[in-house]
Design a protein around this ligand. Structure first.
Ligand code: BES
Ligand code: ZN
Length: 623
């Protein structure tokens, strides 16, 4: 089953990918033309936000962010108003130039929220008194029972279009903004952000402690994020470290030991790391993603703590976004392959440099299988890298965006040579640092700088087919990993005569185990399942990726002895990539799986993030 979240249903305006008029502006330099973003109400060619300054309180009792948001604005001389994005925000008053400014809140769209249009009356700095909704999509407020420390916890998740649920600003990835934040949190808790920390220990403040932060690099505002909890820090290297609840620190430090080496490796590939520190925040298990590349402070699921460092490519991935995504950013979500595909390619290069070619190849082979499934099951219009606006999601997480994207870049690498492609990528990140990017612009730049009129190379590359056509172009090459030859042989032996080798399994790493489970027939007999379970103790595995692959099989085949494990799996963490497919699989096993799904979900739902429970609601409500 292919995972993708899309924005079906909403009627979206057609994209105008490069046609933007340059109009007389008093801030022309800070207002480069942008493609139309169907996921934002902003009109950045008229007036756009340059800096966001929050002075807020994280109210754990009411579960709201409350305070003021001051925006610094660039606007055309003749601009009368600025349009912001907002979703569920309660707006008090808005002022600028010492006067109240009139504003209107437009009709609410379930996905996009509502436009907040403010009359500027000449002001270029405005202050909005506001409060987030208690069910803001970007925020998860965890009770003491839901954390390792037994203290409350708050985290935000901005990508793709959720920042508008906790700060009124222009929530479009093309509109880069600097920001500063002062946030008051309850005494005893600590705040961290994806920004420079100005007050490591906080300052006394009314009703708690205040923490201040500043992000001086202009960023797309989906990257602004906050975590509040009982947090401690452990240093890994001179510019790397781990934030986590105290009881998780030791395990986290073990798992994250290679972080400093990863940063050095990434820099050797594509140039200097431009964000100062690189730390990670390990969140409570309800964090809905594997990782989120918030600048200076990657947010991570604790489910990657496998105890053997076998899942650390997740960190390589989020770190790689410090170039692909955070430096050079998809201008619209239809081009999210520019973030995720480039990053998946880059992640694999870091893995290769640090852990060797074989490990990188194994990851490529697993991804290849994912692409094949996607191409078999997704409608053609979802198989293009540049997604058309009418089918496009707000940051699709399908294997197309990630793995077909990475395969495209690997195909370019193979065709023109690694050295030349590396040189191109390095200059791409330099030349477009802190700028938005589109597929069209990337292809034009690549043709100008790398293809340079070489007709034979142009023909070999099939650039447009990769970007705009479904399926895989004929120059896609299936990767091969020697390690998997034995794995595939083991699967064949098991299929032929039920043979299983416990010792061999013990010797396999996570990727080989995943390959084994992923290539078994989807239909297995009770005898086969019993043999797998008794030989490999799969119900006891502590590795979430392996457990996930096993439980998909167990559910598909109604394997009763796995039910307690399924229950634990669904209640011990809330990562969407793991949660949604298991509920979907349970639901598909109607008379057997649905009672299990209902029972477990009743217990687990309060612990899931909004994004995940909304998706599971749809599954169990039969939509
Ligand atoms: N930026 C994504 C997470 C994301 C995608 C959030 C779309 C919102 C919408 C992040 O970098 C990511 O890709 N995370 C993956 C892990 C990665 C190793 C493939 C995840 O969360 O599983
Ligand atoms: Zn990513």
């Amino acid at each position: 089953m292919i995972e993708r979240r899309t924005l079906l249903g909403a009627t979206l305006a057609a994209p105008a990918l490069s046609a933007c008029a340059t109009i007389g502006s008093d801030n022309r330099a800070s207002m480069p033309a942008l493609p139309h973003d169907p996921h934002s109400y902003a009109k950045p060619d008229e007036a756009r936000v340059l800096n966001v300054s929050l002075n807020v309180r994280a109210d754990f009792e009411r579960k709201v962010i409350t305070g003021t948001c001051t925006l610094t604005i660039a606007a055309r001389d003749d601009a009368r108003e600025i349009v912001l994005d907002s979703k569920g925000l309660n707006i008090g008053s808005i002022s600028g130039n010492g006067r109240e400014l009139p504003f209107t809140i437009g009709a609410n769209n379930e996905e996009l929220g509502a436009p907040l249009t403010i009359q500027l009356n000449g002001a270029r700095e405005i202050t909005i008194a506001y409060e987030s909704a208690h069910d803001a999509d970007a925020l998860q407020w965890l009770t003491p029972a839901q954390t390792a420390s037994g203290k409350p916890f708050l985290f935000s998740q901005g990508q793709a279009i959720l920042t508008r649920t906790w700060a009124p600003t222009q929530d479009s990835p093309g509109i880069r903004q600097t920001y500063d934040v002062r946030v008051v949190v309850p005494e005893g808790l600590k705040a961290v952000m994806s920004a420079e920390m100005l007050t490591p220990d906080g300052e006394p403040a009314e009703g708690g402690r205040a923490f201040r932060f500043r992000m001086r690099n202009p960023v797309p505002i989906y990257l602004m994020s906050i975590g509040v909890g009982d947090l401690v820090f452990g240093s890994v290297g001179p510019r790397t470290g781990v934030w986590t609840e105290p009881s998780v620190l030791e395990r986290a430090l073990y798992e994250c030991a290679d972080m400093e080496a990863m940063v050095r490796t990434a820099e050797a590939l594509y140039g200097p790391y431009r964000w100062g520190r690189y730390d990670v925040l390990i969140l409570p298990p309800s964090f809905p993603y594997g990782g989120m590349e918030n600048p200076r402070l990657t947010f991570l699921t604790p489910t990657f703590l496998a105890g053997d460092r076998s899942l650390v490519s997740l960190i390589a991935h989020e770190l790689a976004h410090s170039w692909s995504g955070n430096l050079v950013t998809n201008a619209v979500w239809a081009d999210s392959w520019l973030n995720e595909g480039f990053t998946s390619y880059f992640e694999n290069r870091i893995s290769e440099a640090l852990y060797g070619e074989e490990r990188a190849k194994m990851a490529q082979v697993l991804d290849w299988a994912g692409i094949q499934t996607a191409i078999r099951t997704l409608p053609p219009e979802y198989q293009r890298l540049h997604l058309r606006t009418d089918v496009e999601s707000q940051g699709d997480t399908s294997p197309i965006v990630y793995d077909k994207g990475a395969l495209f870049l690997r195909t370019i690498e193979r065709t023109m040579g690694r050295q030349r492609f590396d040189a191109y990528l390095r200059s791409y990140f330099d030349r477009y640092a802190f700028q938005p990017m589109t597929t069209e612009k990337f292809l034009a730049d690549f043709r100008e700088r790398a293809v340079r009129g070489d007709a034979a190379l142009e023909q070999q590359l099939q650039l447009d087919a990769w970007a705009y056509e479904p399926g895989l172009p004929s120059n896609a090459q299936e990767p091969h990993a020697a390690t998997f030859d034995q794995v595939d042989a083991a699967v064949a032996a098991f299929n032929a005569n039920g043979a299983l080798n416990a010792e061999q399994w013990q010797g396999w790493g996570t990727f080989a185990r995943q390959r084994f489970l992923q290539t078994l027939p989807r239909e297995l007999s009770r005898t086969q399942l019993d043999a797998l379970e008794s030989t490999f103790s799969l119900n006891e595995t502590g590795n979430y990726e392996v457990a996930f692959n096993w439980l998909e099989l167990a559910v598909n085949n109604r394997y009763e002895p796995s039910v307690p494990t399924i229950e634990r799996f669904l209640t011990s963490q809330g990562r969407g990539k793991f949660i949604r497919p298991i509920y979907r699989a349970l639901w598909a096993e109607a008379d057997w799986g649905r009672p299990i799904a209902r029972r477990v979900y009743a217990q687990a739902r309060p612990g899931y993030h909004n994004l995940v429970s909304t998706a599971v609601d749809r599954i169990v409500n039969g939509a």
